[in-house]
Design a protein around this ligand. Structure first.
Ligand SMILES: Cc1ncc(COP(=O)(O)O)c(C=O)c1O
Length: 415
């Protein structure tokens, strides 16, 4: 007879408990929010941080310029750098993913005839800043990532990706003699694939191409490997649990020195030192991330995002990533054998095991299945489960506050 164990059975370490306790959020009882891929809930402490700044805005005589106006953005850059494991001097505060990508697009010294390459079907925030350069003779070209991959008007007819697809190789092979820049979503907004940045970085280095990453769909859940990446751009309102309208950009000093500064008075030496006349224009641009910032800060947004970044750092990015990965594994396993998603567990499991998925699982229901997907979404909403549908996929986004009970509830709905 086996000897009795001294300790009660425990969950595997990655499922020992949510790294972000749910009480930190204002989650109504019974509501299951699995759509931080659209909008993440802002933690209570972050809302409080924003309120404190609003109070200062109402009483500017209580504001300390050094502490509250310049110090606050400094603290946010520091937390962003802590989360990514980079230098705070390489962070610039921006409004959104779009504005971050636009500052790279418009600031880079493209020449007529240059080309920007992207995977087919990027979120439009990673298309329009580049398309805006067409009038300067710079083109934007997309490369399909697998056989049957479609986007644009035919997006709903696309086949889904599988583990057999050599995503990065297809992108690398598409780099041409005119390609100056490759821009990719780290995690794609519809099919949820996570691209392997080091492989892309190696291909770019070989061909002298600058690699730019739209990181919003995974930031806050996974930590990117930025070796060989020139810019990592994100808004704050998804997995980073910040407000809409506040994001940041990380750039290498090399890329930054080639970008035209936005032109803010806070981007130059002594910009805010009033002992020196502000009208003295004989100054250098700052070399650090402030060089790319647009001017007076969104202090409320920055305070909220800064608090959320600190919360994520304190919870432990590795713990959050392991937790989400483990929950996804349970969800995929639970789909096996269910009638509604034929073949999806078999398609997703190897992608999941190979770390090719972002924080959300994208369930594919067949070509042109919009009706099926939106009906399923409605059934979820009736159960107070809130997910999202994009271009052929039902997206289930998990984060650090979700737990195994949430997965069971999702499976009851999905099966
Ligand atoms: C991949 C990706 N990039 C960017 C965005 C958003 O861009 P922005 O921060 O400019 O609203 C989204 C979703 O909203 C997205 O999925």
């Amino acid at each position: 007879m086996p000897s009795p164990t001294l300790l009660p059975p425990t969950a595997p370490p990655d499922l020992a408990g949510p790294p972000l306790p749910p009480y930190r959020f204002d989650l109504p009882p019974g509501l299951l929010w699995v759509m931080h891929c659209s909008e993440g809930p802002v933690p209570r402490a972050s809302i409080e941080a924003g309120r404190r700044v609003l109070d200062l805005e109402a009483h500017p005589w209580d504001m300390d310029f050094g502490r509250d106006v310049l110090g606050l953005p400094d603290r946010v850059r520091t937390q962003a750098a802590r989360l990514l494991g980079v230098d705070a001097g390489d962070i610039s505060l921006t409004q959104s993913t779009s504005s971050g990508l636009a500052l790279v697009a418009h600031g880079f010294p493209f020449q007529p005839g240059d080309e920007i390459l992207a995977p087919l079907g990027e979120f439009p925030a990673n298309a329009w800043p580049w398309k805006a350069l067409e009038s300067r003779g710079v083109s934007f070209r997309e490369v399909p990532l697998w056989p049957g991959h479609q986007a644009g008007p035919a997006a709903w007819d696309s086949t889904p990706p599988t583990i057999a697809d050599s995503l990065e190789a297809r992108i690398a092979d598409a780099i041409g003699p005119r390609t100056r820049m490759l821009t990719v979503s780290w995690v794609r907004f519809q099919d949820g694939l996570r691209l392997h940045l080091p492989t892309l970085a190696a291909a770019c280095a070989l061909k002298g191409v600058v690699l730019v990453v739209d990181g919003i769909q995974a930031a806050g859940v996974f930590t990117p490997d930025l070796h060989g990446v020139a810019a990592f751009v994100t808004g704050g309102h998804k997995g980073l649990l910040g407000p809409a309208g506040q994001g940041f950009v990380w750039t290498t000093p090399e890329l930054r020195s080639t970008l035209l500064p936005a032109g803010s008075w806070l981007s130059v030496a002594d910009g805010s030192k009033w002992a020196r006349p502000g009208t003295d224009l004989d100054r250098a641009w700052l070399p650090d991330g402030r060089r790319l910032e647009p001017g007076a800060y969104n202090l409320v947004g920055a305070a909220i995002l800064g608090e959320s970044l600190a919360l994520l750092c304190d919870a432990g990015p590795l713990r959050i990533a392991a937790h989400v990965h483990a929950l996804q594994g349970r969800l995929i396993e639970g789909l096996r054998g269910g009638a509604n998603w034929p073949g999806e567990a078999d398609r997703l499991e190897p992608l999941w095991a190979a770390d090719r998925l972002g924080p959300f699982l994208s369930l594919y229901a067949g070509p042109n299945a919009a009706g099926v997907l939106f009906d399923r979404l409605k059934l979820g909403a009736d159960r107070n489960i809130h997910a999202s549908v994009r271009e052929g996929y039902l997206r289930i986004a998990l984060h650090g506050w979700h737990d195994v009970d949430d997965v069971h509830r999702l499976l009851e709905w999905l099966r």
